[in-house]
Design a binder for this molecule. Sequence first.
Ligand code: PCA
Length: 218
Amino acid sequence: MSRAPVVLLTGFDPFDGAADNPSWEAARRLHGEVVGGHRIEAVRLPTAFGRGAAALLDALDRHRPALVLCVGLAGSRDALSLERVAVNLIDARIPDNDGAQPVDVPCVTGAPDAYFTTLPVKAALVALRDAGIAAELSMSAGGFVCNHVFYVLMHALAAEPGRPRGGFVHVPQSAGAAARRSGRVGMPLETMVAGLRLVVETALRTEDDLHFAAGTTC
Ligand code: PCA
């Protein structure tokens, strides 16, 4: 096996009755690829509060990655969403794949209220848009398993020597029957794959993020 440093790229199991989850379909297509001298290790996480975070921590332990990008599906969005904030709060609208539906409880008891991504999300936003890929910054990864895994990731990385960088990207539905049924455009899987590769590439070569106004008013 190659001794190149590892980028851990995670996607999720299908949830809420869906047949597949484009976050894993995209992540697994990048498994084994070498990007910026780093080997991508793709790992599928269960969409469940307990097992999802446990699988993530296990993957961190096994692979000791230099960079981590977790990916999940946001079915109501039409662009790659670069998440900025992981919040220490669960408010599950639906049960997870194990039937658990925690409401108004912290991801990690006694831990900080929130963590910011340590990925250069503005540089990634520019790279994605320059490549013609729909992308946006997002201030919330929701209240379900994705935010939970994102929070547990940032909490774990904050305690690691060398503070490896990490963050979270939500992908839209894949362009196809599911997206058409829900009246959304969705995104072709190949575009998601190209976009995730570009986020990884940008993170590996960008020390300091860009600074320009990219926020929204409400
Ligand atoms: N999306 C869900 C959990 C798993 C996934 O792919 C979320 O946004 O929380």
